[in-house]
Structure formats: structure tokens, C-alpha cells
Design a protein around this ligand. Sequence first.
Ligand code: AMP
Length: 281
Amino acid sequence: MKVIEMIAEMKEFVTKVKRQGKTIGFVPTMGFLHEGHLTLMRKAAEKTDFVVASIFVNPLQFGAGEDFEEYPRDLERDLRLAESAGVNLMFTPGVTEMYPSGYGTTVEVGSLTDKLCGRSRPGHFRGVTTVVTKLFNIVEPDIAFFGQKDAQQAAILNKMAADLNMNLEIKVVPIVRETDGLAMSSRNKYLSPEERKAALVLSQGLELARNFVAAGARNTADLISEITDFINREPRARIDYVEVLSFPGFSETENMHGQVIIALAVFIGGTRLIDNMVLEV
Ligand code: AMP
């Protein structure tokens, strides 16, 4: 697996790959790889001829007081794992390579960004859409792979690619979970053993919702209050949001019908975790 830090070298390499007529699959990450990331990489290897992944902890998508500095990093381990998952080229730019002094352009999607994580983390999605646009321009992928774990992010990136006529396809890969249900996340590393147990309220809250819907629940407010009560019984949990929205439109509905997404953001101790489930009602 080749590792490149500089944008100019990436562009040269990508030009060569394209000249060989190969399709490029791309998996952007912030590193500290887990089975969720590796699943995206394997999917990319299955669907395209040449797999590029990136590791870049993007300062632009972290708010003041968030965990940019503490975000877990382990490049050597990541490189080993990525190679074993079929990545051909890993792009690992530094912050000043991506945002040199005087950098002044951002990309902002005007819909879908004002709710859920967009409301809790102002500017977060502007950081995501800006860095992903830059990465798309550097890597020129035919297909880019994102996780349903970040369902709102995937929807926003889809909208961005469509609105800006980007010449690529976006594929969304299902959430990969630990055997006990916890959605895999690099941030799970922050959890103490007690918090790790408490974190199960997210996936269990979603399972509870699934059961309520299967039993005939249709009122959105009632379902939200059932999930909220369940999560609030865990003393280590503090809810950021519990929402039930239409899917893929992410609009509010009084009564559930068709596809809905149940989306959660919950602090477990100091760690903010997200999870979601899409249900056909
Ligand atoms: P991150 O490194 O957290 O920015 O994630 C990089 C990519 O991996 C994003 O597209 C995420 O949605 C995806 N991802 C993260 N966790 C999971 C998971 N548990 N299952 C599937 N995809 C994931």
C-alpha cells in the first residue's frame, strides 16, 4: 500500500491510475480505524479497481471545546489495517497541507444541515462538506463510500454531490456494530468500562423503538418519549437529541408512515455518541 502526504503527489498518482483505465473507490476517514471503516474499504475493493482511503482529523469540523486535540490517533496500526482491507493508496495530509495559511473557501449545503447534529454542532457540516469537496477534487473517485452510522452526513454529502454536479457516485454502507449492539466508533475509546456498559442505551433505545413500531406505535411524540424515558433511566447518559424523522427526507412527521429514521445523540459521561435506525413503518 502506497502512503502519500502531499496533494501534488496525490494528483500525479491519481492521473496515472486513471490513465490505466482503472476506477477509483474512495473512503475518507479520521483514522483510528475499526471494523466500520474496514467494511467501507472492503466494499470499495469489491466495487472498484483501485482503492484510496484518507486519514485526516479535520479541524474545520470540530467546534470550540470539542475533542480535536484528544481525537485518538494511531497511524501505524491504521496503515496495517487499511492494507489488510484492500486499500491501495492511503492519503495522510497534514493540517497545513489541507489548509495553508490564507486558506479562505468553504462549502455549505443549505438544506438538511440545520437539524440533528447540525443544530448541536454549529459549523460541523460546513467543515465536513468543505474537506470532502477538497478530498474529492484531489482523489477524483468514481465511487465514494460513507457509513450509515453518520446518516445525516451521508445525506448532506449526497445533496452536495448532486447540487454541485460532482462526477461521482456516493454509496452508503450499513452500520457495523459490536456484538452487544454498540455502534462502532473511534470515540468509543473514550469510554470507561462503566460507560461502555451505559453506552448500550443507544442501541437498546433503538431496539425498543423498533419493538414499539412493530407493536403498532405510529405517533412520533409518543415514541420519542418512550425512548427518552428509557435512556434517562441510565444515570451516566445525558440526551442531546432523540428524533424521529421521515427518511430520506429528514422532515418532521406527526405520525410515522413509510420510511422513518430514529436518530439519537447521547452523552455518556463526557463522550457524545450517535446512533440511528431506519424503519419501514
Ligand atoms: P470517521 O473516521 O468517524 O469520520 O468515519 C469515516 C467513515 O466511516 C464515515 O463515512 C463513517 O460514517 C463511517 N463509519 C464510522 N463508523 C461506522 C460504523 N460503525 N459502521 C459503518 N460505517 C461507519
